[in-house]
Design a protein around this ligand. Structure first.
Ligand code: ATP
Ligand code: MG
Length: 140
């Protein structure tokens, strides 16, 4: 099943992230795609907040990922923008982010398709600019 929603500001995109978060279970991986500034981190922030993360939620652009502790267990937030595939990386590099009990959100998944466990992908989110502060969010 897939759903499309139009938001008119960051709050709406955070709310969409929270709504998806309510449907997730431990071990789920959520891919969050879209062009630069489309609102991927904003969407994930809404999801993480609703799952109990109270500290700062910043874009993990200069590290591969952040690990948070949520109400239901560990929550991972990755950004693969700077990872051009796992080719020369230590194969265990990302293991901590994809533990069995962890819900993981992955920005820029297409930059390193071999970096996450495909069998655990529960949802694919696509964000796009739709003029001004409007964003189109498609969730499959
Ligand atoms: N409807 C909207 N939904 C989400 N963000 C919006 C919206 N309208 C304006 N914005 C603004 O657009 C920016 C989106 O930034 P964000 O970091 O979430 O994008 P991103 O897709 O993660 O970017 P990057 O590709 O750099 O990781 C923020 O400054 C946010 O406040
Ligand atoms: Mg981002």
């Amino acid at each position: 099943m897939s759903a499309t929603e139009l938001t008119s500001g960051p709050e709406g995109t955070e709310a969409a992230g929270a709504a998806l978060a309510a449907r997730l279970k431990a071990g789920d991986v959520v891919l969050v795609s879209g062009e630069l500034g489309a609102g991927k981190t904003t969407f994930v922030r809404g999801a993480l907040r609703s799952l109990g993360v109270t500290g700062p939620i910043t874009s993990p652009t200069f590290v591969v990922g952040h690990l948070h502790e949520g109400r239901t267990g560990p929550l991972a937030h990755l950004d693969l923008y700077r990872l051009a595939g796992m080719g020369s990386e230590d194969p265990g590099l990302l293991d901590a982010f994809f533990a069995d009990d962890t819900i993981a959100f992955v920005e820029w998944p297409e930059h390193a398709l071999d970096a996450f466990p495909h069998a655990r992908v529960a949802h694919r989110v696509q964000l796009a600019h739709a003029g001004g502060d409007e964003r189109r969010i498609e969730i499959a």
